[in-house]
Design a protein around this ligand. Structure first.
Ligand SMILES: Nc1nc2c(ncn2[C@@H]2O[C@H](COP(=O)(O)OP(=O)(O)OP(=O)(O)O)[C@@H](O)[C@H]2O)c(=O)[nH]1
Ligand SMILES: [Mg+2]
Length: 360
């Protein structure tokens, strides 16, 4: 899963990236500090992986990964190439989720390119830039298809219909209908990476004393953009917390009213937004977690491990993590009758452990 951090310039995107990945990237109090994207992968925390490893004692544990990408900041006119507009919007098109950072922390020392603290205005400004950029791309694509797609080309005709629906919604500024954009249209437009159709998590970057405040801001935003998920993160403090040792970090987090680390919180939200679930494998001293879309069948899930496994799929042995833990191992799960033999159409469930039998 790839998560792109987006927002106006100088509002704490790199600070959040550092809080999430612990990578010491450049953070400075001036616009356009970040030019080349910062990329960092973090393992998805999962207590179940640790519990399985507690039984099988593997040499290696491999977590599922989330990649965070911190790009240059946006300014007004980005869709026309202002700032680093085109290049950075292009990079964001490759992402699965957008993490939109909004500044709420008041610090008068930190320059705000729009001068005042107003997260709703900032959100709308960024949204307008990405909507205009999407509109431009849709227009160009439509012009090409209208010239080249024959009437009998159903794929092409479906894409034309999807582009027209998208362009109508973008022109009307209708974020609610984009939030419920029909899935068959989404499929037709899959490869293009329209930013306004991507799942979005809004992060209010707050100061130390702002926990629990500004609920109205969140309500206003969600009323207007119903598809976004929101969270509150004091990015600078989250960064500083990494300098403490673990007990102090937990105590300080507790004092601030933060339950989980920013990374854990945001990864959970992204999993929910993308409808992802996790399955596990144990093989040759390696315990590994894999993320797949909810509704994936056993054969496709096997393909995530290796394409040969999907191609030569015969059957899968499946046991749930709680059963595996209670039985105390694979053989013990079999003895208790908890190991199920499933065919390729079996729909994977969150927390399944899988052993694939396949022909090479
Ligand atoms: N007081 C306060 N300052 C913050 C906070 N988050 C970021 N800053 C400051 O804001 C300035 C900009 O932070 P960056 O993380 O570089 O911002 P950015 O959005 O990545 O900026 P660009 O890459 O230039 O677009 C720095 O001086 C940070 O220390 C915060 O939560 N509180
Ligand atoms: Mg930056």
């Amino acid at each position: 899963m790839r998560v792109g951090i987006i927002g106006l310039t100088n509002i704490g995107k790199s600070t959040l990236f550092r809080a999430l990945t612990r990578i010491k990237v450049g953070i400075n109090n001036f616009p356009f500090c970040t030019i080349d994207p910062n990329i960092g992968a973090v393992p998805v925390p999962d207590d179940r992986l640790e519990a399985i490893a507690g039984i099988t004692k593997p040499q290696k544990k491999i977590h599922a990964n989330v990649e965070f990408v911190d790009v240059a900041g946006l300014v007004r006119g980005a869709n026309k190439g202002e700032g680093l507009g085109n290049q950075l919007l292009g990079k964001l098109r490759e992402m699965d989720v957008l993490l939109h950072v909004l500044r709420l922390f008041p610090d008068p020392e930190v320059i705000h390119v729009e001068e005042t603290i107003d997260p709703i205005r900032d959100f709308e400004l960024v949204w307008t830039e990405i909507a205009l950029s999407d509109l431009e791309i849709a227009k160009r694509r439509l012009a090409v298809l209208e010239k080249t797609a024959k009437r009998s080309d159903t794929v092409g005709q479906n894409e034309i219909a999807a582009l027209k629906t998208l362009m109508d919604a973008l022109k009307r500024g209708d974020s609610a209908s984009l939030a419920h954009f029909p899935s068959h249209h989404c499929q037709s437009l899959g490869g293009i990476g329209f930013l306004t159709l991507k799942p979005m998590v809004v992060v209010f970057n707050i100061g130390e004393k702002q926990m629990g405040e500004n609920v109205l801001v969140q309500k206003t935003l969600v009323d207007r953009f119903p598809a976004v998920r929101t969270s509150w993160i004091p990015a600078r403090i989250e960064c500083e917390l990494w300098d403490l040792d673990e007990p102090d970090r937990l105590a300080y987090r507790h004092e601030l009213g933060l339950q989980d680390s920013a990374m854990k919180l945001l990864v959970q939200i992204c999993y929910q937004l993308l409808n992802l679930i996790t399955f596990f494998t144990i093989k040759s001293d390696v315990v590994r977690a894999w993320s797949i879309s909810s509704g994936t069948n056993a054969q496709k899930a096997a393909g995530k491990i290796h394409t040969d496994m999907e191609r030569g799929f015969i059957r899968a042995e499946i046991v749930s993590v709680p059963h595996f833990l209670e039985a105390g191992g694979w053989a013990q799960s079999r003895e208790r009758g908890w190991l199920l033999v499933e065919g390729r159409d079996y729909v994977m469930r969150d927390g399944d452990m899988m052993l694939v039998k396949y022909q090479t």
